[in-house]
Design a protein around this ligand. Structure first.
Ligand code: CTP
Length: 396
């Protein structure tokens, strides 16, 4: 996937530095050429010999004294992408202000290629206003911010600030390099809200716009996947997207089950009606006939049918909740999905019809990760980073 791509891994001084060794190994496994650079503090956490052995090249640890007269500019010019992992509070502050005073900050400041930073620190340090300002500044400058996530931190604390797993950083690297990391992968996405007829002119529907599912289909297609988009809503055009227009839950189920039988990943972004009118009137129900009584019957659970497939695809479910998203953890396990994206549709900027979304990622082990408010396109990109990372982890 990353054959002969030139990647610099820059390591700064945090406990998560041990994961940098694993990241280097993962990148090498993908065929990349890797060079490393460390701050002096990083050398307290991980030995330069480890990175040298894994990458085949001694890390740059100082701006002076090594063989080169200008190691930072040489590295910066060589790199197609630089990943700072872990990125400490101090390094983030330096980079946000263009302060070049050690081998890592000098290399990044001298670079013209994409830069990814993977922050790692205690929750208090992550939430410190200056850190947040600095990260926002770096993002505005075009730096790609990978994570952090929530979980166990150094010293046994738990919270936001944990570095994302190396596989996710590999996915971010591939994306930054425009690598088609879903090349040849078959994906099915459901989108939009189903419409269940009452009579020939009326239906029971919901407020789903299809925007989240469209963004997911489009990003997968751009990454090389062959996408079947089963939708009730207007769909994006892309050579890798085959659109199957449906209206009811029954039609969505039939189309999705057929496509999912040969897919590797299935994402269920549609708002599917759980109930449909049991007797659809053949003619228009007339006002003069008085108040109609509509009775309901259950619809097929599209997602459940796919989860139950033997050797079925990797499944990503969605859960539109109102109020707290706590119920989503239970729902993820009950439904047997690999990942669940939960959002509070009553929250401003989230849910139906908006261009943005604030979601919580729930993994199959019940762990959660809240993502800040971002565009639906950004949610889609980050979701695919996670899926690509899990496929990578599963393949090893
Ligand atoms: N889903 C589906 N088919 C259905 C209902 C839901 O494929 N008939 C999918 C949705 O696309 C979503 C996930 O299942 O990815 C969860 O949907 P949700 O409506 O939150 O689940 P329910 O079990 O219906 O829970 P609730 O009672 O909260 O509505």
């Amino acid at each position: 996937m990353l054959e002969q791509r030139r990647i610099v891994v820059a390591v700064t001084g945090g406990v998560a530095a041990f994961k940098a060794a694993y990241l280097v190994r993962r990148l090498i496994e993908q065929g990349a050429e890797v060079r490393t650079v460390m701050t002096q503090t990083a050398t307290q956490f991980i030995g330069p010999a480890t990175l040298a052995a894994l990458s085949g090249h001694a890390p740059v640890t100082s701006l002076f004294g090594d063989d080169s007269v200008s190691p930072h500019t040489e590295l910066a010019q060589w790199a197609e992408v630089i990943v700072v992992a872990p990125a400490t509070t101090a390094t983030i502050a330096r980079l946000a202000h263009g302060i070049s005073e050690d081998a890592v900050s000098a290399t990044v400041v001298a670079a013209r290629c994409p830069v990814i930073i993977a922050p790692a620190m205690h929750t208090e340090m992550w939430e410190y206003p200056a850190t947040q300002r600095n990260v926002a500044q770096l993002a505005a400058d075009g730096v790609i911010i990978a994570g952090p996530t929530e979980g166990v931190l150094a010293g046994g604390d738990s919270g936001a600030g944990r570095m994302v797993e190396p596989e996710e950083i590999v996915a971010a690297v591939s994306r930054a390099l425009g690598v088609r990391d879903l090349d040849g992968v078959s994906v099915v996405v459901t989108a939009g809200g189903t419409r269940e007829p009452i009579d020939p002119v009326r239906y029971v529907g919901n407020r789903s716009s299809g925007k989240m599912g469209n963004a997911i289909a489009l990003d997968a297609a751009r990454r090389g996947a062959m996408v079947t988009l089963v939708t009730t809503a207007p769909a994006p055009t892309h050579p890798n997207i085959a659109v199957l227009e449906v209206e009811t839950a029954q039609q969505m189920a039939e189309a999705t089950w057929e496509a999912a039988a040969t897919a590797q990943v299935a994402v269920f972004a549609a708002a599917v009606a759980d109930f449909r009118p049991s007797d659809v009137s053949a003619g228009k129900i007339r006002r003069a006939e008085g108040l109609p009584t509509v009775t309901f019957e259950p619809t097929p659970d599209v997602l459940k049918g796919v989860v139950e497939m033997p050797d079925g695809p990797f499944v990503v479910g969605f859960a539109a909740e109102v109020g707290s998203v706590d119920a989503a953890v239970d729902k993820a396990q009950r439904k047997g999905v690999d990942l669940l994206i939960a959002n509070d549709v009553a929250k401003a900027g989230s849910g139906f019809g908006t261009d943005t979304n604030e979601v919580t990622l729930v993994r199959s082990d019940g762990s959660t990760e809240s993502w800040e408010l971002m565009s639906k396109a950004a949610v889609a990109r980050r979701l695919w980073d996670v899926v690509v990372a899990q496929r990578l982890a599963g393949a090893s």
